[in-house]
Design a protein around this ligand. Structure first.
Ligand code: SF4
Length: 354
């Protein structure tokens, strides 16, 4: 069976034409799938029965199996999906002012080896297909019951998105296409560990999505220790690529900075970071390091606050991100395709059960 979500609008049109040559059928099917979250062709009641059977015999709207769903006390939901070949991926729904942000994976593991990241520590995997990327978005809003409950998409899950642009770019086109998922580019963020050719390629694609860079240090020695990619693309090259990135007026590039106790959280690191970002339309997301299997610990709250204050004093927009979903290993840097231990119980409405 072919993954429906791997088809572009044009490919879907060709597929439908083999069962019914009328063009308006494309819009009908797209609406059922991408607006209403219908997961069976048989439920598309305004399509002829013959066409529904034709599609149902060739395409699947359920290309992944939801192996586990865990809900944290703060409402964060982590999904573990089994892909067709048995590989596992996770995506995370994060409550956000009455709506949700979905954190999406682009690979089944990650070879970039960032020290603070559970996915990186678990090692490399394969690239997801465009259909597997898009499936996570559709499964996310199916769970919520309504496409509009999903407000933001962030490519910050398992894997380095810029190493899988061959699938990410067509998936983004479907996400932004008004006939398909119709997300505003302002609501979509692609995050990178600093893979310079990917930053340039994303800029050339002209999709106007947001860029986030996981920086985590103000000097190359510390960054190379935390993030091996820095040995290939040191900070200066990453920031040059950011300066080249086409940015719409009023938009900023987000720099993520995981605060690690005694490693990158000194006042002089904050001053160094402010100096690096001078002249770049930037905002800094400070993230206290979450629990992983590494020995790294998050900065004490007081030191984290001083770090933030120094940035703000230097004119840098800096927010402290509250860690979400820590207890279910759904927070930043904690994703890996481990089986989860607790299951979602629909009767108990989003409460974690033993
Ligand atoms: S932080 Fe991102 S790029 Fe680094 S190892 Fe983890 S998933 Fe890979």
């Amino acid at each position: 069976m072919v993954n429906f979500f791997g088809l572009s609008v044009e490919e879907l049109g060709r597929e439908l034409a083999t069962g019914d040559p009328r063009v308006f059928r494309v819009g009908q099917v797209l609406r059922w799938v991408y607006r209403m979250g219908i997961d069976e062709f048989s439920e598309m009641t305004d399509l002829p029965v013959g066409l529904r059977e034709h599609l149902g015999a060739r395409l699947t709207l359920n290309p992944m199996k939801t192996e586990d769903t865990r809900v944290a006390g703060d409402g964060t939901v982590k999904f573990l999906y089994a892909l067709e070949d048995g590989a596992g991926i996770e995506s995370v729904l994060i409550p956000d002012d009455g709506h949700f942000t979905l954190c999406i994976s682009t690979q089944t593991g990650c070879s970039m080896g960032c020290l603070f990241c559970e996915t990186g520590r678990a090692g490399g995997g394969r690239n997801l297909t465009a259909g597997e990327i898009l499936s996570q978005v559709v499964y996310g809003f199916r769970y919520l019951g309504e496409r509009l409950m999903l407000r933001n998409l962030v490519f910050m899950g398992m894997g380095e998105p810029m190493k899988n642009l061959g699938a990410l770019l067509p998936a983004l086109e479907m996400i932004l296409d008004q006939r398909v998922l119709d997300f505003s580019p302002r609501r979509v963020t692609v995050s990178t560990c600093g893979w310079v050719p990917g930053i340039d390629a994303l800029g050339r694609a002209g999709l106007d999505v947001n860029l986030a860079v996981s920086l985590n240090a103000a000097d190359d020695a510390t960054r190379s220790r935390l993030m091996p990619v820095n040995r290939t693309y040191p900070i200066g090259q990453v920031l040059d690529a950011v300066r080249r990135f086409p940015l719409k007026k009023g938009r900023r590039v987000t720099f993520e900075y995981v605060l690690i106790d005694g490693v990158n959280d000194r006042p002089r690191d904050a001053r160094g970071l402010a100096a690096l970002l001078a002249g770049i339309p930037a905002k800094v997301n400070l993230i206290p390091c979450n629990t992983t299997t590494s020995s790294l610990k998050g900065s004490p709250e007081g030191r984290a606050r001083i770090f933030q204050e120094i940035l703000v004093e230097k004119g840098i927009v800096a927010t402290m991100r509250a860690s979400r979903g820590d207890e279910i290993m759904a927070a930043c840097g904690q994703l890996k395709n481990q089986p989860t231990e607790k299951r979602y119980d629909r009767k108990n409405h989003k409460r974690e059960t033993a």
